[in-house]
Design a protein around this ligand. Sequence first.
Ligand SMILES: Cc1cc2nc3c(=O)[nH]c(=O)nc-3n(C[C@H](O)[C@H](O)[C@H](O)COP(=O)(O)OP(=O)(O)OC[C@H]3O[C@@H](n4cnc5c(N)ncnc54)[C@H](O)[C@@H]3O)c2cc1C
Length: 192
Amino acid sequence: MLNLFASPQIRNRGTVAGNLANASPVADSLPWLYVSEAEIGACDSENWRWIPIEKFYKGYKLLDLRQSELIGAIRIQKSHQNLSQRLFKVSKRRDLDISTFTAAIQWQIVEGRFQQIRLAYGGVGPNVIRMNKTEKFLRSKLCTKDLIEKAGKIALAEITPISDVRSSNQYRNRLAETILKKFYYEEISVAA
Ligand SMILES: Cc1cc2nc3c(=O)[nH]c(=O)nc-3n(C[C@H](O)[C@H](O)[C@H](O)COP(=O)(O)OP(=O)(O)OC[C@H]3O[C@@H](n4cnc5c(N)ncnc54)[C@H](O)[C@@H]3O)c2cc1C
């Protein structure tokens, strides 16, 4: 994702805090921070408070950040380091383009079953969303092509994409399903 993010100039100057505070539903760092269950450290001159990323966004471009506060840190539990993960960015151009759709998948398979699975999609609603119902459906189940196809239908019911200059809502709906198939063919079936 870092290689696809904006351009060398932006990558050298832009910060993760700026990406978070900019609060775009297609900000490229966000899906990964969602599946990593990141906590945002908001601070002012006297106090710190930690906010789980899912509570940090209260609507389109609305943050749980007071006038006096800055984002001072972002923390992620070390346990996430042991999980496999894959990040996706769909955009019209490879370089210097705003995403149409983004996704992050973090997983662990034990004896063919999803022991852990976390999914987050961007570009399918006013904020990045954690795909809780799809995750619940997948958890503990044998990872098969049929399961992934069924999960795609559940994912569709969790999202509310709009049409804009970058794509139609139908295209984003298709992506919500097909990205899971891409994940299956490129990460799961090849490893089996
Ligand atoms: C040409 C171009 C291409 C881009 N491509 C991408 C892309 O591919 N993917 C992507 O996700 N984004 C992209 N962006 C958006 C932007 O560059 C990124 O979101 C970047 O991470 C912003 O970081 P920054 O430090 O430059 O923030 P700034 O642009 O300086 O600030 C953004 C907002 O965050 C606030 N802010 C910054 N730091 C903090 C802080 N510590 N605490 C609280 N508020 C803060 C600022 O006040 C401002 O409101 C692009 C932008 C441009 C101009």
